[in-house]
Write a protein that binds this ligand. Sequence first.
Ligand code: PEP
Ligand code: MN
Length: 333
Amino acid sequence: MIVVLKHGVSDEKKAQLIAWLEALGLRIHISDGEFQTVLGLIGDTSRVDIDLVESLEIVDSVKRVTEPFKCCNRKFHPEDMVVEIGDVKVGGGNFVMIAGPCSVESEEQIVTVAKAVKAAGAQLMRGGAFKPRTSPYDFAGLKATGLEFLKIARQETGLPIVTELMNIMDLPLFEDVDVIQVGARNMQNFDLLRELGRLDKPILLKRGLANTLKELLMSAEYIMANGNERVMLCERGIRTFSDYTRNTLDLAAVPMLHQLTHLPIIVDPSHATGIAKLVPPMALAATAGGADGLIIEVHNDPIHALCDGAQSLRPEEFAELAEKIRAIRGIVA
Ligand code: PEP
Ligand code: MN
């Protein structure tokens, strides 16, 4: 249930109403916007007398929220959420380019790529140290050493790090990571999500291979209900009967999610297509379609990449794309 307060209500009256609602056993999510304050009521609202609340002098309107997701529901928080990572802002009109290799392979590789993507305008760098691989015989990342190389690349470039955590047992190693990525395969690892909800760190939550938008939002809800509101959602392609691409980029998810939630929406055209040539057109389409950012795989030597070389752009290709992305942003922003 949400309670929209009238404009200019005093803090004292607001606090009285909140205390009364809390006494009914509810948790109150307060969204203080520029134009209105919205109280989101979480818990068993069946004992709340809607007519009584609506009749209060300070209340503008009361609505039941029928969706099972509450904290990430735009009805609870009408204004776009802006996630801040150091000086970088994402959402609410702030667009972010995240770029880097699929996996960290060496200090030299990650530093080279980080410098190149920074020069092209990327604000965050990506690179997997813990890699989820379909085959147990494939390169699974440099793990703790990979994280150290990412930190060196951050020191060299100033770019904050986005990297995947697969197992909650590795969390202590991620203390100095700027954004923790939850990979598609872990989108419904609820124990992991709950733990990430206890952190004070932005989370990039990728959509599962065959998950609905509602399921994605429910996973965000796990993180947010535990206290961490800094969640960014990522559309990275889903499994369909499409035969020539790795996945199918669900671009309609971007405007649909913008309606349903206030969280920033990032698009990953690399995993969505699996083919480097398809990455620029899909990146531009996602930008035009209102994405709040892109995460793109870039490798200095794609042919010899240990992971996802076929979908990786060369630094000069990324630089050319970044230019076009800026041009599209100039039109849609
Ligand atoms: C990745 O970003 O490197 C990755 C493994 O992505 P996903 O979880 O979307 O497959
Ligand atoms: Mn990859």
